[in-house]
Ligand binder design. Sequence first.
Ligand code: EPU
Length: 421
Amino acid sequence: MARYEINGGNRLEGTVTISGAKNAAVAILPAALLVEGKCRVENVPDISDVRILLDILSDLGAQVEVEPDGVVVLDCTNIRSTHPNPELVRQMRASYYLMGALLSRFHKANVALPGGCNFASRPIDQHIKGFVALGADVEETEDYVNLTPGPYGLQGNRVSLDVVSVGATMNIIMAACLLPGQTVIENAAKEPHIVDLANFLNTMGAHISGAGTDTVKIRGVEKLVGGTYAIIPDQIEAGTYMAAVAAAGGNVLVQNVIPKHMDCITSKLQEMGARIINYDDSIRIISEGKLKHTTVKTRPYPGFPTDMQAQICVCMTVAQGISRLTESVYETRFFGYCTELASMGADILINGKTAIVSGRGDLTGADVRAHDLRAGAALVIAGLVAKGITRIDNIHFIERGYERMIEKLTSLGVDIKVIEE
Ligand code: EPU
């Protein structure tokens, strides 16, 4: 078992380079199943979720070559099965994208229900609603989804989502790509990774318009062919390093970012007292570590991301005054880390969807446990700020989504190491 050990209190100084976006990569790699030919995907983060997906694809018959510097070359021309290895599928959340991709290309899919971070109830009814609208027969058991063509065959259709769902939007985009006719997704999610998936598929020959708005249109094509595509930088990884600098103090150039994607996070950190300068593809953040209280409500993009809830909460614990943090995407997400932060001296009162955080200016090192990916990232930030030693258990959650975090933080002057036990 490995843990992170952090000796807190150092300022962060230097440059950090942001990796490719996890939540784009975990959609784009399964989307390669739609393509007959070689896809060269660049800026792929080396994280455990990506490694699991590549194992799944390879097991299905894809040719997978991992090259240096985040390049993955995939050839899914000769796929032999539409039944991905259930043990691997259950190790991550985004394996649900295999359903849409296999259904579109092979008109059938038999996929185990996904696993992944378990911080809330995470239904996939909207994905299923989309597949049914496209003409699929869906047989759901306790742990499997089996998709086959319904009596009228598979074809494009109109789907209006009942909730704004990133996963359902991307899964329906994939499912519709190779079906005859036009699909229109209404009330679609607008996250940058949805635009990235659409750009990837369009590069391979798909006809998708409106990605990034709440209406996405997909005109089915007969075939997608290979090409080269580079994944966008990770908005949440960048936001995590920015929150770390804001809370611990320092002066860091965060490079390989799209500043527009960061607007909502940037403006909150500025409101809390950090100085932020945007350049074309980098952001400088300067903080004395003395933050002011604020109010944050998480929302789908372009709102403040739920995946930054835990990290901004740490900033609130060390800010002066009382902050309010309201979660509107996953109500139970606070439980993954607030108790752990409390053991480090944080004063957080949870009242339904809102956490009331009384800032105390500092935290104290403690032995804590990551319960999910972003909760784990928040505990790392807390450890940087805290006086003394913080040890974090369950770091496999963090490694699911942050590439080379130890190396990146060490280069910024943080005293952090992995302890193998
Ligand atoms: N929802 C439904 N039915 C569905 C799908 C979603 O009710 O069929 C609800 C969810 O319960 C939630 C809301 O809709 O309340 C939004 O869920 P969404 O489908 O957007 O989430 P997701 O696709 O399962 C992705 C990211 C999450 C991120 C959310 C929200 C991936 C693999 N995961 O999850 O990322 O929190 O969107 O932005 O893309 C993370 O990176 O740490 C992470 C958890």
